[in-house]
Design a protein around this ligand. Structure first.
Ligand code: CA
Length: 510
């Protein structure tokens, strides 16, 4: 990955046997699995082991050249202190704006643009989930055929709303997350809430007056449309279901009038993350996403990267790339808060890595982070979004501070206002979201071949020398415009695969 590195990885499918001789003369001393590291030179005990020109660990004992360098041979470095970081030191090179790229999107009254036309039904508490699901099945079967311009109906189910310490300071995070997801551009500003009645998260607390800009613009006095299951007017289960269906139809009628129109690529709000990462993530898929991120910034779009524990070891890269000292301070504040959050649970960032990451060749979180952070490309970081907050007009490259957990990261990026999601994976995951399209990028051709009807882009061609990072980056950029326009569906959409929303709740439950 860098000329100063003293390890490389085996790119070949299936790994390479002992005795393999490379053109440089290096000979493998043992069998090394695909994606795993090889010592390029002798590494005496205590040597800094370097990949991506970064120390990913120290040799626990002498490691001769040609040996397999696995996680048991490495001692992980301490996390860098959040003091004395370089602040906004990198002056990004001037780049030419990328003009002329457009997609077909749904322009909302508040200026945001949707990529799908969906009715979302917000729930104030988990208690109503079963009833809402029953009603949604009937809406799909009985109402949607009457409204052909609506792509679908989504129940925003979650586990929050009651049995929680709702006045704890950190409870603002799950509450604002749910509020802001309800306002995602794909829902056209149509908000309806199903409430139980006695829950802690009362609908007025979830959606206070003035939080639904489109309802305000329409001059709707009541502001919030709530179906409350404990209302005395409801006699029997079917009466609840019919109330939900009746209210849903009001919103479906308005959503059905939405039409796609040609909008500039600057209206894309792309959230990127990775999951089931391997040693190729930082070699193929993530660099291609990073190249594409730079294209999006040049096109005036918004691109969010996230995953606190996967940038923590690269914090100096982030603060130096911050567009202003204020942005750098926001990064330090969010990562510092997250350090404390992990400490409360008696762990640190190293709790991130999974057995699959290690099987895929990633020795520890430092190595994983260096491969993860390249998704952000090379642009200046223009802003920071706290967990559950909206972008509020921020454009360009934005750090949206979220846990790395796939479901929680996706949920928080939805709340920020993303209208398209890009997900890279090396081990493979069938991840999807019901609320926005998810484009999945495989890091290896072996995965792309086996999961041919789940992976949308194969970045493994980069490791095979069949395509360049730039070529795959452009392929992804063009696919984004097609998917955003509804001209193409992602595999997860075709199969209707989607994961649950998972709210980030750092506050206690009761
Ligand atoms: Ca993730």
């Amino acid at each position: 990955m860098h000329e100063a590195d003293n390890v490389g990885i085996v790119a070949n499918d299936g790994g390479l046997p002992a005795g393999t001789v490379f053109p440089s003369g290096l000979t493998l001393r043992e069998k090394v699995p695909q994606g795993h590291k090889v010592a390029l030179v002798d590494l005496p005990a205590g040597t800094a082991v370097r990949r991506y020109d970064v120390t990913i660990g120290y040799a626990e004992k002498d490691i001769p050249a040609g040996s397999w360098v696995h996680e048991r041979l490495l001692r992980m470095p301490e996390a860098r202190s959040l003091e004395d970081l370089p602040i906004a030191t990198v002056r990004p090179r001037a780049v030419e704006p990328l003009a002329g790229y457009t997609f077909e999107g749904y322009r909302n009254a508040d200026g945001t643009v949707g990529t799908r036309n969906l009715l979302a039904i917000t729930q104030s508490v988990q208690c109503v989930a079963g009833v809402t699901r029953f009603a949604v099945d009937r809406i799909r079967a009985e109402l949607l055929p009457k409204y052909p311009n609506v792509d679908g109906v989504v129940a925003l189910e979650h586990s929050y709303g009651c049995g929680v310490a709702i006045d704890a300071p950190d409870a603002v995070i799950p509450i604002r997350t749910l509020r802001n997801i309800s306002l995602n551009p794909n829902f056209g500003g149509e908000v309806m809430v199903v409430s139980l009645g006695c829950e802690k998260l009362q609908p007025e607390r979830l959606m206070p007056p003035g939080t639904i800009p489109i309802a305000d613009q329409r001059g709707e006095p009541q502001g919030l449309d709530v179906v409350c299951l404990q209302d005395e007017g409801h006699v029997g289960f079917m009466s609840m279901v019919e109330s939900i269906m009746k209210q849903a139809e009001v919103h479906l009628q308005r959503l059905d009038r939405r039409r796609r129109e040609t909008v500039p690529a600057s209206e894309l709000v792309v959230g990127v993350q990775c999951g089931g990462s391997d040693a190729f993530s930082g070699v193929t898929a993530n660099p291609a996403v990073g190249f594409c991120a730079d294209l999006l910034v040049r096109a005036g779009a918004t691109i969010m990267f996230s995953e606190n524990t996967e940038v923590r070891d690269g914090v100096a890269q982030l603060t130096s790339r911050a567009a202003t000292p204020e942005v750098a301070q926001d990064i330090i504040r969010e990562l510092g808060w997250y350090d404390e959050y992990l400490k409360r649970g008696s762990v640190d960032r190293s709790a991130n890595t999974t057995p699959g990451n290690k099987k895929g060749g990633l020795s520890n979180i430092v190595e994983k982070a260096m491969g993860s952070i390249v998704k952000s490309g090379s642009s200046a970081i223009a802003g920071v979004v706290a967990p559950g907050e909206k972008l509020n007009g921020r454009k360009g490259l934005v750090y949206t501070a979220t846990p790395a957990s796939d479901f929680i990261c996706g949920t928080l990026q939805l709340a920020a206002g993303m209208n398209l999601h890009v997900f890279t994976t090396g081990r493979g995951t069938p991840y999807g979201l019901a609320e926005v399209p998810v484009i999945k990028v495989a890091t290896r051709s072996d995965l792309a071949r086996r999961w041919h009807d789940l992976m949308d882009v194969n970045a493994g061609t980069i490791a095979e020398g069949k395509a360049t990072i730039e070529e795959v980056g452009w392929e992804l950029f063009r696919l984004m415009l097609d998917v955003a326009s509804g001209r193409k569906k992602t595999w997860a959409e075709r199969w209707k695969l989607h994961n649950a929303l998972v709210l980030f709740n750092p506050a206690p439950v009761t």
